[in-house]
Ligand binder design. Structure first.
Ligand SMILES: [Zn+2]
Length: 154
């Protein structure tokens, strides 16, 4: 028996993940990037950041082993990747403390990538399309960031 062909199994998945590379960006750099894009394209950057978040969220979901609790594992990975200090996924909302995207100088909520990440996570957990909106944000002086999850889809 030869094993010179690709068999997608848990060992291969772990090998793939161990070869992944990551970059680190500071909160200050993220703020400057957001300010730059805002200057170039006004609020249109929010949709792009949301889409970035979807890509990141899908990447995080790929790291979660099958048959595990998606919301619980996703919360740990989102925290480990530095996006939040704390995140809890509830029935129809996500509560976040210490989002890396918070910018106290902003006049609007700022956690657009996190919104995309959370949408990806709930869609995987629910198995259907969800609509996620940030309704509270530490950038606006709120105690935490809060994301409403509409499971009716759209
Ligand atoms: Zn926020």
């Amino acid at each position: 028996m030869t094993d010179n062909y690709y068999v997608p199994n848990a060992t291969n998945k772990i090998n793939e993940m161990s070869k992944m590379k990551f970059v680190k960006l500071s909160d200050k750099e993220l703020k400057e990037i957001a300010t730059f894009y805002q200057g170039v394209m006004a609020t249109a950057y929010e949709g792009l950041f949301y889409r970035e978040g979807r890509v990141i969220g899908d990447g995080i979901l790929e790291m979660i082993p099958r048959d595990s609790d998606i919301l619980e594992k996703a919360a740990k990975l989102i925290k480990a990747r530095g996006w939040v200090d704390e995140v809890s996924f509830e029935e129809d909302k996500a509560i976040v403390k210490g989002s890396i995207e918070v910018n106290e100088e902003s006049a609007a909520h700022t956690c657009h990538r996190l919104c995309g990440i959370i949408a990806s996570v709930y869609e995987k957990a629910e198995g259907s399309i969800v609509d996620v909106k940030e309704t509270r944000c530490e950038s606006l002086g709120d105690d935490h960031c809060e994301f409403d999850v509409d499971k009716r889809g759209f």
